[in-house]
Design a protein around this ligand. Sequence first.
Ligand SMILES: NC(=O)c1ccc[n+]([C@@H]2O[C@H](COP(=O)([O-])OP(=O)(O)OC[C@H]3O[C@@H](n4cnc5c(N)ncnc54)[C@H](OP(=O)(O)O)[C@@H]3O)[C@@H](O)[C@H]2O)c1
Length: 306
Amino acid sequence: MKLTRREFSKAGLGAAALAALGGSNALAGPDEMIRKAIPSSGELLPIIGLGTNRYGVGKSEAARAPLRQALERFHRLGGTVIDTAPMYRTSEFVLGDLIEELGIRGDLFLATKTDRTDGSAGTHAQINESLARLKTDTIDLMQVHNLLGWKDALPVLREWKQEGRIRYIGITTSRASQYEEFEKIMQQEKLDFVQLNYSLEQREAAERLLPLAADRGMAVMINRAFGGGRIFNKVGDQPLPEWARNFGCESWAQFLLKYAIGHPAATLSIPGMTKLHHVDDNFGAAHGRLPDAEERRRQEVFFDNL
Ligand SMILES: NC(=O)c1ccc[n+]([C@@H]2O[C@H](COP(=O)([O-])OP(=O)(O)OC[C@H]3O[C@@H](n4cnc5c(N)ncnc54)[C@H](OP(=O)(O)O)[C@@H]3O)[C@@H](O)[C@H]2O)c1
C-alpha cells in the first residue's frame, strides 16, 4: 500500500513522522501498520479490511453519503482489502460507484464471491456481472460463497485466474455446520484463501481449519470477529483489562480484532463498518503489536468469565 505525502498528512501523521519515514513511500517506521503475507505469493496485506454486507443501500444519496465517508477514511488510513458479494443486495453496485467517485480502484484489493448453483455457464456470467458492477477489469480475490456450487465454480475460477483476470481464489463460510465439508475441500483443492468466522465467542475454527490453512499454505480472511456486532452487547460498558494495553488495545473492538488476527494462521479480518468512527477505532487494531499465545489465552479466560 503506497501513501502519497498528502495522504500521510491527511491520515494525521505529522511532518516529523514523514521526515523519519523518508517521504512518500510505503508505511514504515515506529507506527507502521501491521501487514501479513498471502502464503501463495508473499504479497503483504493490511490486517484490517472492510466487510460490506451492509453496503447494499441502492441509489439513495442520503444512504450512500456515510458509506462514501467510511470508504474514504478506510483508504486514507491505508486500508486496501474490501470484501463484497452478489448476495449482499446492491453492495457491489454501490461500491463500484463509490470507488470510481473516489478514484481509488488502483489502491484496492477487491474480493467478491460466486454463489451460482446452475453450472459453469452461470458462474462465468456472474463473474462478468461482478466486474461490470464493480467497474473493474480484474478481481483480486474471487471466493465461492458458503461453498455454493463449489464443484463447478472452482474450475471456472481457475480458468479466470490463468487468464489473469482473477488474482487469487478461495472459498468462504461463516457457520460451524459447514466446517466438515470445508475441511475436505481445503484438503483436496489448491486454494490461495479461505474465509471463515473466528472470534472470541466462536473459536471452533482454531481446532482444525486454522491449523490446516497454515499447513496447506492458505491465507485466512476472518469474518464476524464481532459476531455481527452481538459481542458488543456481551462486553457492554465494562472496562478493558489494564493488561490489554500492553499489546495496544484501547477499545473492545481492538481487543476482539487483535485476538482473531493474533492467531498465527490468520492473515486479516474484514469487520463490517458503515460508520466513520468504527473505521477509526478498528484501524487502531492494525497498530502496536498483536497478542502472543499466552496473551491470547488470557483474553479467552477473561472473555469467558464476563
Ligand atoms: N459466508 C461469508 O462469506 C460471510 C458471512 C458473513 C460475513 N462475511 C463478510 O464478513 C464481513 C464481516 O461480517 P459482519 O459484518 O456480518 O460482522 P462483524 O464484522 O462481526 O460485525 C459488524 C457489526 O459491528 C459493528 N462495528 C464495527 N466496528 C465496530 C466498532 N469499532 N465498535 C462497535 N461496533 C462496531 C458494525 O457497525 P456499523 O456497520 O454500524 O459500522 C456492524 O454492525 C461482512 O461484511 C462480509 O463482508 C462473509
